[in-house]
Design a protein around this ligand. Structure first.
Ligand code: ADP
Ligand code: MG
Length: 234
């Protein structure tokens, strides 16, 4: 009987995921369909470029969604290999990637980072995605007030702790209870997959992630802990 129950629960979870996905894919599909119809009807329009770029953006949205869902499904992508790599290379890369956007939005990136040759074992591109998801959320939170994102890195022999805090609106108790659940979002345009995939990536790398509010900056605070590999293990 118990086995039946877990099976039923598992099926319910699959159903929820499938429903969430279907919903998330339908929106961009509807808009792609609409703009293709416009392109067909308005052959002489000077807005072709706009239409095409909307279509491309929506296709990229579906692509990103599928990528997240595959991470959640623990799908093994043969093209991505595991390796030992310096974790700060990925964090710095993500920060460099986001700097222009921070400038554009008037967001100050405060870095309290020591740079060491700290190695972790796993998938580079996934870890990069995890950092990107956390920082993108911080940026998005700051559209409702606030202008500071602080990134702190502390490492010991066996562990690195990366903290991202912002001075945005922070998170309610309800949000804090649900934010790692797939498709939970409080945003109009959100997929609600960023933090669930991030959590999956971090725990698959032997790490942990904690969410809360920053006592100092009053906004949100995310802490990622990852186990380090020593040089001898490489
Ligand atoms: P999405 O960004 O698509 O909404 P996520 O899984 O990335 O999905 O985040 C889930 C929710 O967690 C967000 O909708 C938001 O309510 C909350 N959240 C995440 N990061 C922050 C932050 N820095 N400040 C305030 N709320 C946040
Ligand atoms: Mg997000």
């Amino acid at each position: 009987y118990e086995e039946e129950l877990t099976k039923r629960e598992a099926l319910a979870a699959v159903g929820q995921l499938a429903a969430g996905m279907a919903h998330e894919i339908r929106n961009p599909l509807t808009s792609i369909k609409g703009f293709i119809q416009l392109l067909r009807e308005q052959e002489e329009t000077n807005r072709r470029e706009t239409y095409f770029s909307v279509i491309l953006t929506e296709i990229e949205r579906i692509d990103g969604l599928l990528n997240d869902v595959l991470v959640l499904a623990r799908y093994r992508d043969d093209k991505i290999v595991s390796e030992c790599f310096p974790v700060m290379e990925e964090l710095s890369g993500v920060i460099r990637l986001l700097e222009p956007e921070a400038n554009r939005r008037g967001i100050k990136l405060e870095l309290q980072i020591a740079h060491g040759a700290w190695y972790i074992y796993g998938y580079r591109s996934r870890i990069k995605q995890a950092f990107l998801n956390i920082l993108k959320n911080a940026f998005e939170a700051l559209t409702n007030g606030g202008s500071l994102v602080r990134i702190t890195v502390i490492a010991s022999i066996h562990r690195i702790v990366i903290t991202v805090e912002d001075d945005g609106p922070g998170m309610s108790d309800e949000t804090l209870q649900n934010l790692f659940i797939p498709f939970f979002t409080t945003k109009q345009e959100g997929t609600g997959l960023g933090l669930s995939t991030t959590q999956r990536i971090i725990t698959d790398h032997g790490g942990e992630i904690f969410a809360g509010n920053s006592s100092d900056l009053k906004g949100a605070r995310f802490e990622i802990r990852l186990p380090l590999r020593s040089k001898e293990e490489l």
